[in-house]
Design a protein around this ligand. Sequence first.
Ligand SMILES: [Zn+2]
Length: 298
Amino acid sequence: MARKSKQEYMNQELPTWLNGLLIFGAAAGVIAAELKRPLRRRTQDKLRRNARNMAMSFMTAGTIAITEKPAAMALMRLGRKKGWGLLNMVRLPPALEVFVSVLLLDYTLYVWHYLTHKVPLLWRFHQVHHADLDLDASTALRFHALEMLFSVPWRSAQIFVFGISPLGLAVWQTMTLMEILFHHSNTKLPSGFERRLCYLIVTPRMHGIHHSIVQEETDSNWATIFSWPDFLHRTIRLNVPQKEITIGVPAFLNPKELTLGKLMTMPFTADRPSWNFRDNGKPVRSKPLPLPKTTLES
Ligand SMILES: [Zn+2]
């Protein structure tokens, strides 16, 4: 059998069976772990919340399929044909090229995530993800569909500028999906193990801090797969005791305002500062957090 050229190799996507096995395996694993060892106590009705999050995830997946995928693929083909884009200009062995692709895409997703919090228009949409009052694997898929639409130019630029191949993109997408299911999950890992693991990848306790109602805590831990961008930019915050975290956005803690219909219109109707409670006042910690910031509290 003839060996594949590098070009043919990089033009592949992950086989459907492998992709399915990895994603459904990760989903089944975290759902089982959430049932066995939950990290946080639920505040909402599980079935109703999961149904709402799943409905939103279908709209999100549909938006990605009809907008991001065709745009990304067209730019990828153009870049590869013309030899444009960083990784189309340097010759790396296939495995190294895939690894570098994952690092570059993951790092620039960190930048995008930061922007979704700091650009007011983008925050209006990303707020819908943060307004979930519980945090588990279903939150990982619960985004406003239009947030995905806004991310299409960013994703296209990532692919085009870095000269990402179909294989590099597919590996990053699968790793990202597995990681977001894991780090949003309500899984209580052994604390000593997680304390070390979060120096490499984003973990449930670490990302839970990003979903806190305290703004300085939400303004940290923006990373997705690997945690190094938060260490590099000193946006890491691991020293919040988990029992003291309330999940959500202070201005939207009333479940009656978080029905499916109200979540879909929230970006257009939100009429108050996110980080103040409805009756004013900001969530603050009564006592100082333990130091250093870079050690995970259990
Ligand atoms: Zn966020």
